[in-house]
Design a protein. Structure first.
Lengths: 503, 96
């Protein structure tokens, strides 16, 4: 039998439903690949492979009944970022402070996929509490980029993106607070959506920055992203900020026609310091879209440079409040028995939180403390309004905005080890959309000279996911970057050749 | 904006974080750098700008005031390092 891990999510579902192969065969193919590659990639914190195989057997029984109304994803294996709760499977958030936490409930987004028939393979690696851009902040060790194992996969959803890129899973759930779906997609050559704030439920997502946190998906192409996202999006009474807008059916075009589409190209995203190959690849993709009938319109988002300082006040401030609950009382291990309560709190938190988490808690505590609240948090929330206004103004002239996801391709381990600010600068192009709460779709548009993927993001108005999917899919109908995967040199080279032909 | 070692100790105390001497030195430096970077926000005049409370311009909704099933006490206590008689057990709140 052909290697089933080469099938996209959509193709795998068709194969399952046609009976070309069983869920057991598909799941086993992924398990075998995980067993081979996991020692090198380290994409997972917790694997649940035995349970996955038993669920596949059950799924096959359902599939063999040939019933009409089977759940749409019956028998499909999938990976879940380890900040989303799945009842009965430990959820660590990449932190020692939740090392042994086994959630007694399931996140809404995960539950919707379980109801749709998905089989969880395991929980993927993440920077501790999703704070980071490289997975180097995971207490369980970093994930390695399948394109070059000496480089980071991006973060914080680096485990999910690396697992998809290495074909250890057809797709994965990720989360994006300041770029944590989009940036790893860019570094790993995967496709993923950071949705409109409130479009996906935050219930059961371990909170980091509550006004920014979103749940998204990471897949191999836009069609898979749209299909998977369809089943996690939508109102949830258990999340107070969940949006009540109905979820449209995400239908995709059959042909790559972008006639009439106005694409904004913000000057502020093509700045000095950006890797030239990133700029070239993104600009070529925009030209390619013009070739499909779109019109590129130069625009300005004047407050772009202030997104980074605003985010690194707002997110740590919210984090410092959200992470107050980890105190050695209700979850996790406890350090400092026999002392007073306050000493136990400080010792547990001081010992079990990692360096970056402590840094952000300190930063946030300072920004919210008496005498500084207005100067920092208050000011940042006002600047946030200006950033949001930039986008509202831009969307009067254009339908969506195209920009690079990150200033560079995947960097090497330890490159920003002693300079947190340099690491924060990696997020410079993803933070504005996060602060404005608008959706961003990331997908590959080329490679640098080291054959590392370059990602582009399309940003649109609130709830414009259908448009982003349509345009991204149209581009992928006319290009092959999303068909290039690491490991298999032949596939990679073939795709490179094909791409040359298109040009 | 330069944070002193005393200020770092004060913040750590507010945040209930016990820090080593090395961490205090390191955080004083790193947090100062980050706050200095954040001071760029002051280049913008925001006198007339209301702060963003929510990114979506929609009313928050209220749910009906009805009790719904929740987790059992046993499930809630399951992840705690120490519990007794259906309650979380903690060290003394006050010292000797």
């Amino acid at each position: 039998m052909a290697d089933l891990t080469q099938l996209s999510l959509t193709e795998a579902l068709q194969g399952l439903q046609r009976g070309d192969f069983s869920s057991r065969e598909l799941t086993q193919a992924y398990i075998s690949r995980i067993q081979t590659l996991e020692p090198v990639i380290h994409a997972f914190i917790t694997l649940d492979l035995e349970a996955a195989l038993s669920k596949a057997v059950l799924a096959d029984r359902l599939l063999s009944t040939n019933e009409e109304n089977l759940p749409p994803f019956t028998g499909l294996p999938l990976a879940i970022k380890d900040v989303l709760c799945l009842e009965g499977v430990r959820c660590t958030c990449g932190s020692m402070i939740l090392e042994n936490f086994v959630p007694p409930y399931t996140a809404t987004t995960v539950q919707r996929l379980l109801d749709a028939g998905v089989i969880p393979l395991g929980k993927t690696n993440t920077d501790e509490f999703a704070m980071g851009s490289s997975t180097e902040n995971s207490a369980f060790g970093p994930t390695h980029n399948p394109w070059d194992v000496d480089r980071v996969p991006g973060g914080s959803s680096g485990g999910s993106a690396a697992a998809v890129a290495a074909r250890m899973t057809p797709a994965a759930l990720g989360t994006d607070t300041g770029g944590s779906v989009r940036q790893p997609c860019s570094f790993c050559g995967t496709t993923g959506i950071k949705p409109t704030y409130g479009r996906t439920s935050r219930y059961g997502l371990v909170a980091y920055g509550s006004s920014l946190d979103t749940v998204g998906v990471i897949t191999r192409n836009v069609a898979d992203t749209a299909l998977l996202f369809q089943h996690i999006a939508g109102f949830d009474p258990l999340d107070a900020t969940s949006a009540q807008e109905p979820v449209p059916t995400y239908t995709l075009p059959d042909s790559p026609d972008l006639k009439g589409l106005r694409i904004g190209v913000p000057e502020e995203y093509f700045i000095e310091g950006i890797q030239p190959e990133v700029e070239q690849a993104v600009k070529k993709a925009i030209q390619h879209m013009e070739g499909l009938g779109a019109r590129a319109v130069p625009i300005h988002l004047p407050h772009t440079e202030y997104a980074l300082p605003a985010y690194y006040i707002i997110a740590p401030a919210e984090a410092s409040a959200n992470l107050a609950r980890y105190d050695g009382v209700r979850f996790g291990p406890r350090i400092g028995e026999g002392e007073t309560l306050w000493e136990m709190f400080s010792e547990t938190r001081g010992v079990l939180f990692g360096a970056e988490v402590k840094r952000r808690i300190m930063l946030g505590t300072y920004a919210l403390s008496a005498g500084y609240y207005e100067a920092y948090y208050g000011k940042a929330q006002k600047v946030r309004a200006l950033i949001k206004e930039d986008f509202i103004e831009a969307f009067k002239q254009v339908d969506l905005i195209a920009a690079p996801v990150a200033p560079s391709t995947a960097f090497k381990f330890g490159e920003h080890a002693n300079d947190p600010l340099a690491m924060y600068l990696e997020d410079v192009f993803t933070l504005p959309a996060s602060l404005a709460g608008i959706p961003g779709l990331a997908f590959p548009v080329g490679y640098d000279k080291n054959k590392l993927p370059v990602g582009m993001q399309l940003m649109g108005p609130h709830f414009s996911e259908p448009l982003l999917f349509n345009v991204g899919h149209a581009y992928q109908l006319a290009s092959n970057w999303h068909k290039c995967w690491p490991e298999d040199e032949l596939i990679k080279n073939t795709a490179f050749e094909k791409k040359e032909e298109i040009r | 904006m330069k944070l002193s070692r005393e200020e770092v100790e004060h913040i750590a105390q507010l945040a209930h974080l016990k820090l080593s001497e090395d961490e205090k030195i390191q955080y004083a430096e790193q947090l100062s750098d980050i706050l200095e970077y954040a001071a760029r926000l002051n280049e913008l005049d925001t006198e007339e700008i209301p702060p963003t409370a929510r990114v979506l311009d929609r009313k928050l909704r209220l749910r009906a005031d009805q009790s719904l099933p929740g987790l059992s006490t046993q499930e809630v206590l399951k992840n705690s390092p120490e519990s007794r008689d259906g309650q979380f057990k903690v060290p003394p709140v006050l010292g000797e």
